[in-house]
Design a binder for this molecule. Sequence first.
Ligand SMILES: [Fe+2]
Ligand SMILES: [Fe+2]
Ligand SMILES: [Fe+2]
Ligand SMILES: [Fe+2]
Length: 442
Amino acid sequence: MTFNPLKEKGMPLKKQLRNWHQIVAKPYKKQEVDCYTRTRQILMNGIEVEGWGFKHQFNRFMHNLDKDDRILISQLGRIENQQQMTCNWLCPADQSVLETTLGYEQVAVDLTAWLAQNEPDKYVKETFDFGLLEDFDHLYRYAQFAYMTEGVEPNDIVQGQTDVIVGRPTQHHHNCNGLRLRKHYDKTTASPQTKVNILTVLSGEQQTHNFYAEHGFMYGDHVLRETYAEIKDVEEEHVTMYESLIDPSETMLEKALLHEFTEVCNYYTCLEDETNEEIRKYWEIFLDIELEHLKIVAEMFKKYEKRDPEEVIGSEIIIPCRFKSQKEYVQKVLEKEVDKRLAPNGEYYNKMEEIPEDWASYRIQERAAEISAPSENCIQLIEIYKDRDIVEASNSLKGKEVALLEQGLQTIAVAENTILPEELQVMIDNHEERKEEKEELI
Ligand SMILES: [Fe+2]
Ligand SMILES: [Fe+2]
Ligand SMILES: [Fe+2]
Ligand SMILES: [Fe+2]
């Protein structure tokens, strides 16, 4: 049976206002929560932040709205704001910033991998694969600090569902803005799946950026603060990259429709997949709320644009993301594309060896890493703590770290403090030797 959100009955708007006890939910227990309940919670917070922020932009830019409709949009914005609080504050107070950070990067890896495999547009899929390998490397860099700062093992958070190993090195993620901009889809021919996929990942990346911006300074360790700054800047590039895939000629009402539809689709999926009974209740209520939002915005769309909403969002629900382990797919992309870069013409992708010496991104990378790259310093530091870097990877990937680094590392614009493949190999060998020594002493 197909589910057409435009034909479903939602929760009436006057019932959507909740009291503080309902808004501030009981947080999950970090020791017990399933990692994919946490990723849903993180993603839905990002979706709500985008839904809330968009309403404000909408009311600032829409000059031809009737007063009643303007009031209606601001009421919807208030509800988004309340939903955002519920979603974000499901996160418990004793989950550290670094633990939450590992959760954010797990969202990015497993969400983008799912989207890439369910994306009908080949070019958009390639962009998802490209972004995926960058967040994959962020997870590895942050995992070093989680261990050094708090003794947290990666699997305390990712629970063995996501591999943690070097990807495309973070120091190479900094690009000329002109190159990060992608080709946008055509709003008249792109499928609703493509539109929802992009808005979903964009919301996640934007919130990741905001989280690092608001929390990276909360640690005293200077290298960690710099690493947050470095990766936050990459998330800014990811926001730029994903938003540039959207057809800029979409009207504000068309965008409003897509925002509500994206919320509906994501809550629908959360409701289907959630294993935590307490949290599942929120997904159920929020799906009802969003169905009504969609209906309200669809009516405005008909009124002002005299068009059928189905032209934009179709007549069926879309599944933007089922959170599940994507190790096999990610490994495939990693081994094939770790040496991919943004092409100099700014639209496609090239292998590293095809990139000319005057590639604009080299200048950005050289400037950023003039003294050192923080994301490399963290590997220098972990050697002091543990002889070698922290890696949690499937057997099929474990022995390939040095080769992956070799394949992903550039020869131009490489920071002076970079751990080179041969140095990584020495670290790994030393670790093996010292492991035996340590065992003797215990
Ligand atoms: Fe919402
Ligand atoms: Fe990231
Ligand atoms: Fe990202
Ligand atoms: Fe909404």
